[in-house]
Write a protein that binds this ligand. Structure first.
Ligand code: SAM
Length: 414
């Protein structure tokens, strides 16, 4: 078995001396994201300074200094996690993976009182049981601690301090230490739930996919708990999505608190103002408007909240707030049959509203209902497959041209 690629700082240091973060060495990372947003995440990581960016289904690999991994946790709006590669090598049997995990100097990374959780995923692995691989890697970590310091971390599968991910292909095993902790879409502003909220990184990713950077009006006509609006406010004001939360890398032995404080302080200093007449939200349910308002307030504060217009109307009753802009909304899914029937009965009214009020606007709906465009009476200019959790959705885009019968007719389905 070839020697695994391993990050240097834990090997270079001793337990007694607090290890230094590997500012000069180049590390490899993998950031999972909602499927369909890989290119958006790749662009985001490139803008943070990542190198050797490679996209796969559901995530993006990249290289950079260790500090880049921390920066990505703080700044990525689209990544679900940032995984730091700590070992990589060929394997044939489970014991090869045990040996690979033993090459990692775990006791130099975190303390024995921290809890761990190991998770294994595979594509085309010949091994019979991934649970057995998980067990082997957990044993390797525990054995490494026992030998080094006669104490061992215990396992906590629900709220571990350290998450270790094992990824197997047909021949290679790669071991990652998660730098995020709780998934990165948990920004810290959502303190109450309404039914069916979008994941925060999906909402932000759709805005970025549509090129929305706070430069044109945005309307979410059915905003629910306000995820799209809150992510939009953060994009427009350049608020780092991770500013209100902590990360598991803060528990690493070589975590440089003052360096990270500098990153946080810098991001706070660069927060901008929110323009007036930029963000508009609406929902038919008054409780949704209350929740949206609280979520927005948790992020932008009560003064800036006054610049965001929230209404409690049927979507079809909204008067266009500007000549042009982006509608990005997540209509009810209609997962039960009777709901689906109601939903489809509603689409023609929504289509009539788009035609009446939204000429000059780009209108995007994310839905699992493939029949939405024909129900609205418009042919989408673009449809992007996206996953909302496990739900296979489409983001439909309709370009509503200014008041011409010709373009309406062209867009209408035959
Ligand atoms: C799937 S939820 C949106 C979830 C939201 N994206 C979030 O992240 O919380 C759909 C929303 O559409 C709203 N809704 C349903 N019919 C509506 C209508 N005719 N006009 C406006 N809003 C409507 C519901 O009250 C619900 O909040």
């Amino acid at each position: 078995m070839p020697l695994p690629k391993q990050s240097s700082p834990p090997q270079r240091t001793t337990i007694a001396v607090k290890a230094k973060a590997p500012t000069k060495s180049i590390d490899r990372f993998f950031a999972p994201c909602p499927r369909g947003l890989e290119q958006v995440l790749a662009d985001e990581l490139a803008s943070l300074g990542a190198d050797h960016i490679s996209m796969t289904d559901g995530g993006v690999g990249f290289s950079g200094a260790f500090e880049l991994g921390q920066r990505a946790c703080l700044w990525s709006r689209v990544a679900s996690r940032v995984l730091w590669q700590v070992a990589d090598g060929e394997y044939r049997v489970e014991d090869d993976i045990y040996r690979l995990a033993r090459t990692v100097d775990w006791p130099h990374m975190f303390a024995a009182h921290h809890t761990i959780r190991v998770e294994t995923n595979a594509i085309r692995s010949p091994l019979k049981s991934l649970d057995f691989v998980t067990l082997k890697v957990k044993d390797a970590i525990v054995d490494k601690f026992r030998v080094a310091m006669n104490s061992r971390p215990s396992v906590d599968t629900s709220m571990p301090d350290m998450r270790i991910f094992v990824f197997l292909t047909e021949y290679r095993a790669t071991i990652y230490l998660d730098l995020a902790g709780e998934a990165l879409f948990k920004r810290g502003y959502r303190r109450e739930g309404l039914a069916a909220p979008l994941r925060e990184n999906l909402a932000a990713g759709m805005l970025l996919l549509k090129g929305w950077k706070g430069d044109r009006p945005l309307l979410d006509a059915m905003c629910g708990s306000g995820t799209i609006l809150t992510e939009a406010a953060m994009i427009a004001m350049k608020i780092a999505p991770g500013l209100q939360r902590t990360f598991s890398f803060e528990k690493l032995r070589f975590f440089n608190a003052s360096q990270f404080k500098y990153l946080r302080d810098e991001s706070r200093e660069n927060i901008g103002q929110l323009a007036r007449e930029l963000i508009y939200g609406n929902d038919i349910n008054p409780a949704a408007i209350d929740t949206t308002s609280r979520h927005l307030q948790n992020v932008v504060g009560s003064e800036t909240l006054k610049r965001i217009s929230l209404t409690n109307l049927r979507a079809e009753a909204i008067t266009r707030p500007a000549e042009t802009g982006l509608v990005l909304s997540n209509p009810p899914y209609g997962e039960r049959m009777e709901e689906l029937a109601d939903l489809r009965a509603w689409y023609p009214a929504l289509g009539a509203w788009m035609k009446r009020e939204l000429s000059g606007w780009t209108v995007c709906f994310i839905t699992a209902d493939r029949d939405m465009p024909s129900g609205l009476g418009f042919k989408p200019g673009k449809k992007t497959p996206l996953y909302n959790g496990a739900l296979d959705c489409r983001l439909f885009e309709f370009q509503m041209y200014a008041g011409s019968k010709r373009t309406d007719r062209e867009q209408r389905e035959p």
